[in-house]
Design a binder for this molecule. Structure first.
Ligand code: G6D
Length: 348
């Protein structure tokens, strides 16, 4: 087990530290102090070839603007907030309207844009990078001074766990996740549409044309394109005639997880790489990279393209019409927000 680090200075003058967590089996996880951004997860395929299963920008400085929120911590509130406002204790708080009149992913400068303070710890079976950030009262419009700690833990079972904790001095709203773009082919050799997914969920949130929920849940037994109870290729039903797929331009929906055991299994039949996701969270947004508008190169030298990555953003449900699901993300003064998600890599 070891942790290496190096400092880089971006053209903007911002100093960013790059951390490598390396376990005894050779798995490597690379993380930036900027946004807690994951740039590499190197795991073996069936031939033992270690390749990156994350999309990664060719130029590290792209992570400053980071179109698509590549691999970044998302907060104070992941997902959307309808009409960019919420009422807490009879007071209305307003936020940035950065997505079709609603708030997306914590506003203009969310947690993905912040420099986090880092500390490291290495034990016999874990390499731990602990990131902390103080989101001040009123930052992006959110009430309360929120002390956030995110720990990235790599062990010798090829498991990467992300643990989130937050405390506030005023009632506020919090919903944290990581927006990693996975592709198990290795260095994004192939689209993810032929890679297979299972999601342990019977229902999704019904969304409208700007991806805002109204509280209704849809059965995946009726909306069969969203039925991933049995593992299937991501692309098998993605072009089905379902209005929800039209609204999302693909998959971009919250699935309500049946229990907190294995939430997702993601498998590439060619490399035989497998990733299982376990989470404490009630939901997961699978986003199939339906937009890749900026012609920016990935680390494999190719221009990014839709469906070359897939995100599994574990989280609580988004705040929709009539502030539906707001209760899920309320954090009371003095309470501690706590969640954890584990990504377990293997070859099958
Ligand atoms: C699009 O609707 C999607 C979001 O869910 C995603 O997080 C973002 O692109 C990167 O806005």
């Amino acid at each position: 087990m070891e942790i290496q680090n190096a400092k880089v200075t971006f053209g903007s003058g911002r100093e960013v530290t790059v951390y490598q967590l390396i376990n005894d089996k050779g798995m490597q996880v690379e993380i930036l102090s900027l946004g807690g951004i994951l740039t590499k997860i190197l795991v073996p395929d069936q031939e033992g070839s270690f390749e990156n299963v994350l999309l990664n920008w060719e130029n590290m400085e792209t992570y400053e603007e980071n179109p698509g929120y590549f691999n970044a911590l998302i907060g104070r509130v992941a997902g959307r907030i309808y009409d960019a406002k919420v009422t807490i204790n009879d007071k209305v708080y307003t936020f940035a309207k950065n997505n079709n009149g609603n708030t997306l992913h914590g506003g203009i400068k969310g947690f993905d844009k912040k420099i986090w303070t880092a500390s490291v710890e290495v034990t016999k079976n874990e390499a731990i990078l602990k990131l902390t950030y103080l989101s001040k009262d009123g930052e992006e419009g959110f009430p309360g001074n929120l002390e956030v700690t995110v720990a990235y833990k790599l062990n010798n079972e090829n498991e990467l766990t992300i643990e989130y904790k937050a405390k506030t001095d005023q009632d506020t709203i919090v919903n944290l996740t990581n927006h990693a773009y996975f592709n198990l082919s290795g260095d994004a050799k192939r689209s993810v549409l032929d890679q297979e997914v299972s999601i342990n969920a019977d229902k999704i949130c019904k969304l409208d044309e700007v991806l805002i929920p109204d509280g209704e849940l849809l059965s995946v037994d009726e909306h069969t394109a969203f039925n991933f109870k049995t593992r299937k290729p991501i692309g098998r039903d993605i072009h089905q005639d379902d209005i929800q797929l039209k609204y999302g331009n693909g998959y971009d929906h919250p699935w309500l997880l049946n229990d907190n055991h294995q939430a997702v299994e993601f498998y590439d039949p060619i490399s035989k790489r497998c990733m299982e996701i376990f989470t404490t969270e009630p939901g997961v947004v699978m986003y199939t990279m339906n937009y890749a508008n900026e012609p920016i190169k990935l680390s494999n030298g190719k221009i990014q393209k839709p469906n070359y990555g897939v995100c599994f953003e574990t989280q609580k449900l988004p705040i929709g019409y009539n502030e539906v699901f707001k209760e899920d993300v309320l954090l009371k003064k003095g309470d501690t927000y706590s969640s954890a998600t584990t990504f377990k890599f293997s070859v099958k």
